[in-house]
Design a binder for this molecule. Sequence first.
Ligand SMILES: Cc1cc2nc3c(=O)[nH]c(=O)nc-3n(C[C@H](O)[C@H](O)[C@H](O)COP(=O)(O)OP(=O)(O)OC[C@H]3O[C@@H](n4cnc5c(N)ncnc54)[C@H](O)[C@@H]3O)c2cc1C
Length: 482
Amino acid sequence: MDEMRVNDLASRFAAICGEAHVEAGDGIGPRYQSDWLGKAVSEPAIVVRPASTEEVAGVMKICAETRTPVIPFGGNSGLASGTIARAKDQVVMLSLERMNKVRRIDAPGRYMVAEAGCIIESLHHAAAAEGLMFPLVFGAKGTAQIGGALGTNAGGLNVVRYGSARALCLGLEVVTAGGEVMDLLPALKKNNTGYDLVNLMVGSEGTLGIITAASLKLVTPPHAFATAMVKVRDVEAALELMNMTQSRSGGQVEAFELIGKLMYELPVQYLDHVSPVFDEAPELAVLMELGAARPEDAAPGPDGTVALSALLESILADAFEAGLVEDAVIAQSEAQRANFWAMREGTLEAMQRHGPWVMNDISFQVSDLPGVIADMEAAFAAVAPGPFCVAFGHMGDGNLHINARPYDKDPKDHPEEEQAIKDAVRDIVIKWRGSISAEHGIGLDKQQDMKDLKDPVAYAMMKSIKQALDPDNLLNPGKVLM
Ligand SMILES: Cc1cc2nc3c(=O)[nH]c(=O)nc-3n(C[C@H](O)[C@H](O)[C@H](O)COP(=O)(O)OP(=O)(O)OC[C@H]3O[C@@H](n4cnc5c(N)ncnc54)[C@H](O)[C@@H]3O)c2cc1C
């Protein structure tokens, strides 16, 4: 984009959003020049920060008129390079950060209407102030925005009970590629009027529209939690324990996270606020949590133990008898529970401190996990002697985050092994008919894999949808589809 065009667009955007909210050229802040992982350089031509839906629509109308591509920019915590601006695309980065108001909380209707730039954690606080809970939780909850989380259909730590972002979204307000506002905000639980455009927008990674607000489902918070870190015999045992706990608790499993040895060790090693749970790092652990749906499950029994904790204790005792569990620590205080969660939520940060990894976000049918993990372990061990962990992730959702470092060095220094690891993952995804992106999306990183592995009829249909909704390819160009 030449200087004249940049100046022209910048002054037109400034007339809508104010000069303080437009950056161009050397004035673009570092926040917009890289992704969270710091692995790619981002080079937007202009950054603009509208404060309202009308301002987003105004900016988008100018972009449509001038055929200028736009990248919707949320908390920039996405892990698929979805916000990266390639210099050749000459894009406007449209940040939703100023659209950060909760417009309404309807406690009797159990929903809230939040603007796209609201940080996930702020939504937790807003819901809690009304005695309710917004149950989307993941490690980047203090950074990610609801618009980005819906853009990627984020999952996280308690999808097993509440579903992913899509399941929590009852309605949307979206600015289209042409700068029109589509108002589908009413929080209707049933609405069979034609194609489901809310669901189409969720997970479209900013390629079909710009989410400006969402109606979000709220739930009654559990009356108490019972949380345990459990050393399990193997993956089959973890699966059996999960199903046994679901049955015995009447579906009150709030989270069931698989933690392989390395992913236990790294947070303990690198994060000051994380303490070890066991004397020795377990080969395989699960972090499991029950959430009491009924007040009586939160009431203390004759010996002072809360009913839910007593239930968890009895399930774990039976699992121990059955040889599924080798050791377990049930959190006795909120601080102990927080430590378990700090270990799980801090894994990515601890990994980053150790160095770069080959990472993955794949999913399988839950019952296939033991076979998948066995295949992965064999395949990775054959590639390189560096550390790896394949048994890690959201077991309740069949979602594994697989991490490896050939020769414990930057994978980039071992390109053949890096490729071999990626190939092994891909082959195993194909063999078990899994998905190459469970919750992080496609972005720039997984386009080829999606094109190769997606059902060809489905892929062609997605291209037709993109063509119909964004014929000039203005919204997040070059992402998701090739
Ligand atoms: C430490 C850490 C832990 C994480 N853990 C998890 C996890 O457990 N589960 C999980 O699912 N994800 C996890 N993630 C990644 C997660 O996808 C992102 O954190 C989040 O979903 C993206 O929100 P964001 O606001 O940062 O979006 P961004 O990174 O800014 O954007 C992500 C994508 O959405 C698009 N987008 C952004 N805003 C909008 C909008 N308003 N309208 C339309 N499109 C938009 C962007 O163009 C981009 O394609 C983790 C990330 C980190 C850093």
